[in-house]
Design a protein around this ligand. Structure first.
Ligand SMILES: NC(=O)c1ccc[n+]([C@@H]2O[C@H](COP(=O)([O-])OP(=O)(O)OC[C@H]3O[C@@H](n4cnc5c(N)ncnc54)[C@H](OP(=O)(O)O)[C@@H]3O)[C@@H](O)[C@H]2O)c1
Length: 277
């Protein structure tokens, strides 16, 4: 049973800034028992929630954080898989190692956390997993190929997971934010070969300038946190929900309605790319 009044035990990865921070602040203010995580939690704990150390790229670190919550609270009702970072650069300029790091954090990180929490959720025949995807996981963004690939992967992973865990009383859903004003923009990693000497330098810099400008003008992270709260309180969670500026969310609909090449042309012009011929 899910009464929106009932206090639930929630684990939010990547809660030191941006969307994760907005989630732990909102959910703890609503009376939930909230554990956020960071790779480097500060020595002073916040008043309303706990911050645990967790690096989603390390299985032992994930296990330790999940075990800590289970030992203290006896259960985890909701997991918000939010930790992530963004890699930028033309695909040709991206090294296999850089691509791997992006997928390791954004995809395998979610996978590691799911594997760690599912046994306890199955035992209680209850639980919710909310994965923070992106509209960049619906539309392949130029010069963010592996970021988009990581978020496309989360779409498939979440769809598969939902079907597997339903019989155990567990639900999963995806949140697809458009541009959100967070530290993601300043924290973005640029592929090492994307600078001087790259054949893509001019269009890359132009597109990245547009991407960063849009992000800085994006919706506040609190909008995404409210969306997470609504999912927690929903009777049955939908497969996915988008959040952000209407024009960006409309792109998801436009992709299904327009011929693929026409949609691609629109996208290219949005990012300052010229169509050949
Ligand atoms: N901002 C946007 O426009 C936007 C749009 C769509 C989707 N998203 C998604 O929203 C999520 C949150 O991003 P944000 O925008 O809030 O960015 P942010 O402000 O940079 O926050 C990222 C969070 O992820 C954590 N993190 C990064 N690498 C980690 C790792 N290996 N292990 C554990 N935690 C890690 C960081 O924590 P520590 O550094 O303290 O460990 C930080 O708390 C990401 O999945 C992102 O892809 C963002």
């Amino acid at each position: 049973m899910h009464s929106s009044q009932a206090s639930r035990v929630v684990l939010v990865t990547g809660a030191s800034s941006g969307i994760g921070l907005a989630c732990v602040e909102l959910l703890s203010a609503r009376g939930h028992v909230v554990y956020g995580t960071s790779r480097h939690p500060p020595p002073e704990q916040p008043a309303r929630y706990r911050l645990l150390e967790l690096d989603v790229t390390r299985e032992d670190s994930v296990r330790r954080a999940v075990d800590t919550v289970l030992e203290r609270e006896g259960r985890i009702d909701v997991v918000v898989n939010n930790a992530g970072h963004a890699l930028a650069g033309a695909l040709e300029d991206t090294s296999v190692e850089e691509a791997w790091r992006q997928l390791d954090t954004n995809v395998l990180g979610v996978f590691r956390v799911c594997k760690a929490v599912l046994p306890a959720m199955r035992a209680r025949r209850s639980g919710r997993i909310i994965n923070i995807g992106s509209l960049g996981g619906v539309v392949g963004l130029p010069f963010q190929g592996f970021y988009s690939a990581s978020k496309f992967a989360l779409e498939g992973l979440t769809e598969s997971l939902r079907q597997e865990v339903e019989a155990f009383g567990i639900q999963a859903a995806l949140v697809q934010p458009g541009d959100v004003r967070t530290r993601l923009t300043d924290n973005r990693v640029r592929a090492k070969d994307s600078g001087e000497g790259s054949a893509y330098l001019a269009p890359f810099e132009k597109a990245l300038g547009i991407i960063e400008k849009e992000e800085r003008a994006g919706v506040p992270p609190e909008d995404v946190a409210r969306c997470v709260l609504a999912l927690m309180d929903a009777g049955d969670m939908p497969v996915r929900v988008s959040v952000g500026k209407l024009a960006q969310r409309a792109a998801v609909v436009a992709k299904t309605l327009l011929p693929a090449k026409a949609f691609e042309g629109l996208l290219m012009s949005m990012y300052g790319l010229k169509r050949r011929g």
